[in-house]
Design a protein around this ligand. Structure first.
Ligand SMILES: Nc1ncnc2c1ncn2[C@@H]1O[C@H](COP(=O)(O)OP(=O)(O)OP(=O)(O)O)[C@@H](O)[C@H]1O
Length: 635
């Protein structure tokens, strides 16, 4: 304990040096939704791509990337060889025969042509085979990258602050993650499957044309490609707005249906099916419009591309025909030119969509990167101390002031102590800041002013994860995982045995109810636990807090959904569970906190009254007496 205290006092100087009377601007920053730190580790898209494609820590992935590069070159060489071989075959049939040596020539030509045909077949087969092998190898690189980015994002999201998650729409967040993780993959795939092979093929075709039929053909091919790219680029930029409109509507449709289905019961309670239907219809109409414009502009793009390509092919053939007529070129050359141009045109056809996909993926990667560059505002100091010993001491709130935004203070100069092993109850009107005290104590936020200490150690000097392990919370809003009852209870201690789970369930007075469920502990609870009643959910939340077996217990309206009899049973059980533990009870129903060692009455963010149940009732004009009398008369 002494060691902990000494370590803590050193850390206090480093981590908690703020005067308790001033509202420090750094503190204000630390409680706003997760901030982006200056050194947030934000990567440029290039750095992200490099990290994905050429990871320093995974040499086997680098070897695969090199192999993919080699396969691209071999596949394109084989592909470009096909028209050249075809030219040789055609030219053999166009060579005039020497009538004096017909038999030998026929045999010789037959053998040679047959060989060329076999080579032609081999080249044709080789190119797609190498291509497919390249795709298989590349999938290893891509999947490894998707896995790494997804894991990093998932871990990062769980590290971010509560304020971050409260300020984001879950549906949109999952879209950012989904698209962002696939963004790098899409760009790499576009590079490996389309851009690099096409550029290589263009270079090879330009070279072959120049070397075998002359510069004019290279010039025509180059001009056609340049016009094609310029046209595709401009039309794609112009039509991007239609696509954005379509995507925006698509996102909103997804979000709307998600939100409506989550609020299904509310829609029904207010008979708002038609209202929701009309809202949905507006979004569908926007999607329809965007989609039609996207389609018509795509048709324009496709026809323009075809016209440019056809013009290039026609010009080369026209030139070739002139040269054949003047005896400067063979029919084989004409066929070769035609095949080369058609071969190059095929991958170019996808250029528009590839360009757009790269643009979109770039945006998606940037959004994901922004998300990853969010840093939790609650940082642990480098020499934070372990929490087990301090958590067995007193909880002290010392002049704590806090607001979710600095212009609206929720708690003002709050000071109280929960002595070790004792129970303090907090009561007060709705919105007076009771749950906020729990959030501060669980260190979801830091106070703007003043400080909280546990066992004499400032809260922000304790190792956060270790500290939270020592605090059991039954929150006001009990949300369950969409799994079975056992999973939800065991969540309090993932190493708990079936006996531990049953013991906790019995303490929370839910065991018998679970046994009566069709599948007992294997019964599924539905999304957010909606297949259970409010009281059942609350008791499962209680059972898992019991299973956590922490020395500090925070109950935020833990029994508000229960009937009086169940509540009475649970309170008795909780007294056993809480024995020797430091507990804070938040409750509206005063009959549940009568036995607390001290009761704090919160009003306007400050403690208006404090004392035991008896002491508070002894003043007939106290707020507590008012609340008590009102509740008693109602009950
Ligand atoms: N994440 C948040 N961001 C901004 N304001 C918030 C946030 N959470 C709560 N508040 C506001 O803080 C005030 C105190 O909320 P808190 O939940 O602590 O009240 P409470 O006393 O527990 O109320 P109740 O008894 O109704 O549960 C309320 O005015 C609430 O609107």
């Amino acid at each position: 304990m002494l060691g902990v205290m000494l370590g803590a006092s050193r850390s206090i100087r480093r981590c908690w040096a703020l005067p308790s009377t001033s509202i420090s601007s750094t503190r204000l920053v630390s409680t706003t939704p997760s901030s982006k730190s200056e050194n947030s580790g934000s990567l440029t898209s290039y750095e992200q791509l490099k990290k994905s494609f050429w990871p320093a820590d995974r040499p086997h992935i680098r070897r695969k990337v090199v192999a993919v590069g080699g396969l691209i070159v071999c596949s394109k060489l084989a592909n470009t060889a096909v028209p050249l071989i075809f030219r040789e075959i055609i030219n053999y049939f166009n060579t005039p025969l020497d009538v004096e040596h017909i038999p030998q020539l026929v045999i010789l030509s037959g053998t040679t042509v047959a060989s060329w045909v076999l080579i032609y077949g081999a080249a044709r087969a080789l190119s797609p085979s190498l291509n497919e092998y390249k795709n298989t190898l590349f999938s290893v690189v891509a999947q490894s990258n998707i896995r790494t980015v997804s894991q990093r994002t998932y871990d990062h999201l769980l590290e971010l602050d509560l304020s971050f998650h409260q300020s984001r729409k879950t549906g949109q967040l999952s879209r950012v993650i989904d698209r962002g993780t696939r963004g790098a993959d899409s760009i790499l795939r576009a590079l490996v499957v389309n851009i690099v092979p096409t550029l290589l093929e263009l270079c090879l075709v330009f070279g072959v044309l120049w070397a075998s039929v002359g510069f004019e053909y290279t010039a025509i091919c180059g001009l056609t490609t340049a016009s094609y790219i310029a046209f595709t680029y401009n039309v794609t930029v112009w039509r991007t707005k239609f696509r954005k409109q379509m995507n925006k509507a698509d996102n909103e449709i997804g979000f709307k249906s998600f939100d409506t289905m989550i609020n299904y019961e509310t829609v029904k309670y207010f008979n708002n099916e038609k209202f929701e239907g009309a809202n949905y219809s507006k979004l569908l109409a926007a999607f329809e419009q965007g989609s039609l414009k996207t389609q018509s502009s795509l048709s324009l793009l496709n026809s323009g591309q075809q016209i440019i390509i056809t013009a290039g092919i026609t010009a080369s053939m026209y030139l070739a025909v002139q040269q054949i007529l003047s005896g400067n070129m063979s029919v084989g050359d004409l066929v070769m030119i035609n095949l080369l141009l058609i071969q190059v045109a095929q991958p170019l056809n996808f250029l528009g969509s590839i360009y757009r996909e790269i643009q979109q993926s770039h945006t998606d990667m940037r959004k994901l990167n922004d998300l990853l560059s969010n840093r939790p505002s609650l940082q642990e100091c480098s020499d934070a101390v372990t929490a087990a010993a301090p958590c067995r001491g007193d909880i002290v709130f010392n002049n704590v002031s806090f607001g979710y935004s600095p212009d609206k203070m929720i708690l003002r100069d709050l000071s109280f102590t929960v002595p070790s092993g004792k129970t303090v109850a907090i009561v007060g009107g709705s919105g007076s800041g009771k749950s906020t005290i729990v959030r501060l104590l669980y260190r979801f936020y830091d106070p703007l002013k003043g400080g909280i200490s546990i066992g004499g150690v400032p809260l922000n000097v304790l190792q956060l994860d270790d500290y939270r392990r020592n605090v059991g919370v039954v929150p006001q809003d009990c949300v369950l995982f969409n799994d079975n009852v056992r999973y939800n209870i065991q969540y309090g201690n993932t190493a708990a045995t079936q006996e531990d789970i049953i013991r906790a369930a019995k303490l929370a007075d839910i065991h018998e109810a679970i046994e009566a469920f069709p599948d007992g502990y294997d019964t599924l609870v539905g999304e957010r636990g909606q297949m259970l009643s409010g009281g059942e959910k609350q008791r499962i939340a209680l059972a898992r807090a019991v299973l956590k077996d922490a020395p500090i217990l925070l109950y935020d309206e833990a029994t508000s959904s229960l009937d009086s009899l169940t509540e009475h049973n649970i309170l008795e059980a909780l007294n056993t569970v809480s024995a020797g533990k430091t507990s804070i009870f938040i409750a509206h129903r005063l009959s549940t906190i009568m036995d607390a060692d001290e009761i704090l009455v919160l009003a306007n963010g400050s403690i208006a009254e404090r004392g035991t149940h008896k002491q508070l009732l002894s003043d007939p004009n106290s707020m507590y007496s008012d609340m008590w009398n009102q509740q008693m008369s109602t009950e």
